[in-house]
Design a protein around this ligand. Structure first.
Ligand code: 7TS
Length: 406
C-alpha cells in the first residue's frame, strides 16, 4: 500500500492548521488514528457496550469476546506464548510501574542492583529510583557513547551477579537509538537478572517477537501505535507474572473473597482489577489489524527511508545540530542555532507543522546532552518526504525570522 493511500485512512491529517495543510511530526508523543480504529470504538459503543466477564446477557458476551479477542491479537502481534502473558494496562508507564511494584519491591533487597541507561524516559527511571529507595537496592547506569548508543562491553561491565533487574528502552524517544535488546537480555540472564524492556517506541514501529528477544517483560502503549489513549500492554513471562503480586485490588481480579483474606484470579486477570479499558482494548485490536494489513516490515522500511531522507535534508541546514546516532529510528532531535526549541516549534506551528519541543520526559539525557531542551520531529507510516520538505522550509523560515536576533 502506498503512503498516500495510507495517509487517506487518517481523517485528522486532511485538514488545514493555521492556514496550511497539517504536517504532523509528533507521532513519538502520540500517533494519529485510522478510520478503522475510530469505527471499531464507535461500533462497540453503538452496538455492544457492556461490562465484561460478568453478566450472561448477549451484550456482555459480545463485549467479553471482543475484549479477549483483542488480547489474542496482541499475543500474536508480539508472539507471546500464551494470552495469559498479555496484561492490559493504561500504557507503558503503568506497565513498568506494575513490574516495579509487583515484582521488584517484592523480590529486591539491599545489595541488589538495578541497571538502566541515561537515555531512559522518566517512566523507566523514576519507578526504579523508588524501588531502590524502598528496598535499599542500588541503581546503576550503563554509560552512553558520544553518539548516544551503548556498547555490549559496557553492559558486560555494569551488569554483575548482584544485578537483579535490567530495565532498558527498545528505542530512545529522543536519540532514536535502537538498543541491542536480544544481546543485553543474554547478558542479563547470564548474571541471573531479568530484563524489563520499555517498548513504547519499539512496538509501534518494528516487528517485536518477545520469544525471540527472550525478554522477561515488555511494556508498550496503544496510543503510539494507532490505538486510542488509555490502553497499553504489559507482556511478562508466565512464571514471573505468577510470582508477582497484583498491584490493584478490587473487583474482577479475585477468585474468592472472605472477611479477612482473599485469593486472586488466574493470569492475566489477576492484574486487571476493576472494569477494564474495554473500548481501548478493542481499539488496540483494530489498530493491530490495521498495522498487520500494511505489514510491520513495510512500516519499518518506509520509516528508515524517511529517517535517512530527513537526516540528509536537515543536516544541510546551516546552524543545525542533530543529536543521536546515524543508524536510528524515524525521529530527529535537534537544535537550530541559538533559537529556543519552543520558538522553533511556535514558528513551525504557524506553518501548520506540529513537532515537539522540550525535555521529552528525559531530563537526565538533556543534562548529558548539555541542553535544557530540544526540538524533535518524529515520523510514522503516514508521513512522506513532502512532510520533511515542509519541515525544512519551515526551519529555513525560522532562521530568517530569528536571523536579526542572533
Ligand atoms: N517510554 C518511552 C520510551 C516513551 O517514549 C514514552 C512516551 C513512555 C515511556 C511513556 O509512555 P506513556 O504512554 O505511558 O505516556 N513518550 C513521549 C514522548 O516522547 N513525547 O511524549 C510522550
Amino acid at each position: 500500500m502506498d503512503t498516500i493511500a495510507i495517509r487517506q485512512m487518517f481523517p485528522i491529517l486532511n485538514q488545514e492548521v493555521n492556514g496550511h495543510p497539517l504536517v504532523y511530526l509528533d507521532s513519538s508523543a502520540t500517533s494519529q488514528k485510522p478510520v478503522s480504529v475510530i469505527e471499531a470504538v464507535e461500533r462497540y459503543y453503538r452496538q455492544d457496550n457492556s461490562n465484561v466477564h460478568r453478566g450472561v446477557h448477549t451484550l456482555g458476551s459480545r463485549a467479553t469476546d471482543q475484549y479477549e479477542g483483542a488480547r489474542e491479537k496482541v499475543r500474536r502481534f508480539i508472539n507471546a506464548k500464551s494470552s495469559a502473558e498479555v496484561i492490559f494496562t493504561r500504557g507503558t508507564t503503568t506497565s513498568i510501574n506494575t513490574v516495579a511494584y509487583g515484582y521488584a519491591r517484592k523480590f529486591l533487597q539491599k545489595g541488589d542492583e538495578i541497571v538502566i541507561t541515561p537515555m531512559e524516559h522518566h517512566s523507566n527511571i523514576i519507578p526504579w529510583q523508588q524501588v531502590a529507595k524502598v528496598t535499599g537496592a542500588t541503581l546503576k547506569y550503563i554509560p552512553l557513547q558520544p553518539d548516544g548508543t551503548i556498547t555490549l562491553e559496557d553492559a558486560r561491565k555494569t551488569i554483575t551477579t548482584e544485578t537483579k533487574i535490567v530495565a532498558m528502552t527498545h528505542v530512545s524517544n529522543v536519540l532514536g537509538t535502537i538498543n541491542p535488546i536480544k544481546e543485553i537480555t543474554e547478558i542479563a540472564h547470564k548474571h541471573g537478572a531479568i530484563i524489563v524492556v520499555d517498548g513504547a517506541q519499539g512496538a509501534p514501529h518494528m516487528q517485536v517477537d518477545v520469544q525471540d528477544l527472550d525478554c522477561d517483560f515488555y511494556a508498550f502503549s496503544g496510543h503510539k501505535m494507532c490505538a486510542p489513549t488509555g490502553i497499553g500492554v504489559l507482556y511478562g513471562k508466565r512464571n514471573l507474572l505468577e510470582e508477582m503480586d497484583p498491584v490493584e485490588f478490587g473487583g474482577e481480579m479475585i477468585d474468592f473473597v472472605d472477611l479477612y483474606d482473599s485469593t486472586w484470579k488466574e493470569l492475566p486477570w489477576k492484574f486487571e482489577g476493576g472494569t477494564p479499558i474495554i473500548a481501548g482494548a478493542i481499539g488496540l485490536g483494530a489498530a493491530i489489524d490495521f498495522l498487520n494489513e500494511i505489514g510491520m516490515e513495510q512500516i519499518l522500511e518506509h520509516e528508515q527511508k524517511l529517517a535517512d531522507y530527513a537526516m540528509e535534508k536537515l543536516q544541510s541546514i546551516d546552524g543545525m545540530k542533530i543529536y543521536g546516532p546515524k543508524k536510528r529510528a524515524a525521529l530527529v532531535t535537534f537544535n537550530l542555532d541559538d533559537v529556543h526549541p519552543h520558538d522553533v516549534s511556535t514558528v513551525l506551528d504557524a506553518e501548520g507543522i506540529a513537532i515537539r519541543a522540550g525535555h521529552h520526559c528525559a531530563q537526565p539525557l538533556m543534562k548529558w546532552l548539555d541542553v535544557t531542551a530540544t526540538a524533535r520531529a518524529s515520523f510514522y507510516l503516514y508521513n512522506t518526504e513532502k512532510d520533511v520538505d515542509r519541515l525544512v522550509e519551515g526551519l529555513l523560515k525560522t532562521k530568517e525570522y530569528f536571523g536579526d536576533v542572533f
